[in-house]
Design a binder for this molecule. Structure first.
Ligand code: GLN
Length: 290
C-alpha cells in the first residue's frame, strides 16, 4: 500500500507518493491534486519546488500534507481543502457551505456581460460564494445585490466581496421572498439537478457539496418554474433574465420563458457544445424598442 505522505522525505518523494496514493484511491486528477495540496501545505510555488525538490520537506509541512492527501483520498474536493477556487481569472474563498464555482458558469457570466449596459442594477439569486455577481461587478460598471437562503453561504459571499473590494449587497432570502424593487437583469445558477440523479453524481459532489445547492426537485426544474414566474415582477421593462441550466433543460426553459412572456429567448451552449444558459428579455426585444 502506498503511503499518503510517502516513505521518502524530499519534496519530490512526498509528491510522487501522494500522487500514487490518490491514483490508487480513484482520484482522476491525482497528479494535479498532489501538486496543488503540496503547494498549499508547504506554502511554496512551482519555482521553489523545482529548485528544492530533492531537499527534505519540513516535518510539520509533511504532516499537514499527509492529512490533506488522506482527505482528498476520501473524495473531499481539493478546493474545500485549500479553501480556494478560481473563477473567471479570480480567486474565491470556498467552504462546504457553498458550491465550488464551475468553469461552465463562466458562460453565464459571458452571456450576462454581452447584454449589460453600464449603470444597470443586477440581482443574482442563489448567489452561493458570490462568484457570478462579484465577477460581473469587477468586469462592468453596474451595481448589484445577491440573495441566498443560506446565511452561511452569504458569509462566504461577503468574505469574497471584501477580498475583491466589490460593492455588492446581500439579502438572506428564499429567491425573491425578501427582495424589493426592480432590476435591469436577474441572474441565477440555481440548484438544477433532478433529485433522482443525485445518487449517481461523483462522490466529490454528492457527498461534499451542499445538497441544497444541487437539488432542483423531481425533474430539476423547481427553481426555474418559480424564478421565471416571479421574475417579471422584479424586472424593469426590457430587463433580462439569464439562467444557468443543465445540458438537457434547454427546451423546457425555452417554453417556460416564452409562456411567461419573455422575448429574444436564447439557449446558449457551453464549450463542450451542451446547453448551458437560457436568456430572455421581458417584453419586446431591445432592438424593437423606439
Ligand atoms: N451561484 C453560485 C455558483 O454559481 C451557486 C449556485 C448554486 O448553489 N446552485 O456557483
Amino acid at each position: 500500500m502506498v503511503r499518503p505522505g510517502g516513505s521518502g522525505r524530499s519534496f519530490k518523494e512526498c509528491r510522487d507518493s501522494a500522487a500514487a496514493y490518490l491514483r490508487q484511491r480513484g482520484i482522476a486528477d491525482a497528479k494535479t491534486d498532489a501538486w496543488l495540496l503540496m503547494e498549499y501545505a508547504a506554502n511554496i510555488d512551482r519555482s521553489f519546488y523545482y529548485m528544492h525538490m530533492y531537499e527534505e520537506m519540513p516535518e510539520e509541512d509533511r504532516e499537514d500534507y499527509r492529512n490533506l492527501v488522506i482527505r482528498r483520498g476520501e473524495h473531499v474536493p481539493a478546493q474545500y481543502l485549500t479553501g480556494e477556487a478560481w473563477f473567471y481569472g479570480r480567486s474565491f474563498r470556498v467552504n462546504p457551505d457553498v458550491l465550488i464555482p464551475r468553469q461552465d458558469t463562466e458562460v453565464l457570466v459571458e452571456e450576462a456581460l454581452k447584454r449589460i449596459i453600464p449603470g444597470m442594477r443586477i440581482l443574482d439569486l442563489c448567489t452561493g460564494s458570490g462568484c457570478i455577481l462579484l465577477t460581473i461587478l469587477k468586469e462592468a460598471s453596474v451595481s448589484g445585490v445577491g440573495t441566498d437562503i443560506s446565511p452561511a453561504a452569504l458569509r462566504m459571499a461577503e468574505l469574497n466581496r471584501k477580498r475583491l473590494k466589490a460593492k455588492a449587497g446581500w439579502i438572506e432570502s428564499d429567491l425573491f421572498e425578501k427582495v424589493g424593487g426592480r432590476f435591469d437583469m436577474i441572474l441565477s445558477n440555481p440548484p438544477y439537478i433532478a433529485a433522482g440523479v443525485i445518487p449517481e453524481l461523483d462522490p466529490e459532489v454528492r457527498d461534499h457539496e451542499p445538497r441544497q445547492a444541487l437539488d432542483g426537485g423531481e425533474d430539476g426544474l423547481d427553481f426555474y418554474r418559480r424564478i421565471v414566474r416571479e421574475a417579471p415582477e422584479y424586472l424593469k421593462p426590457g430587463g433580462w433574465l439569464c439562467l444557468e441550466i443543465g445540458y438537457d433543460q434547454g427546451e423546457s426553459l425555452r417554453s417556460l420563458l416564452r409562456e411567461a412572456g419573455f422575448s429574444s429567448v436564447e439557449i446558449i451552449k457551453d464549450l463542450a457544445g451542451l446547453d448551458r444558459v437560457a436568456a430572455g428579455c421581458l417584453g419586446p426585444a431591445p432592438d424593437q424598442k423606439e
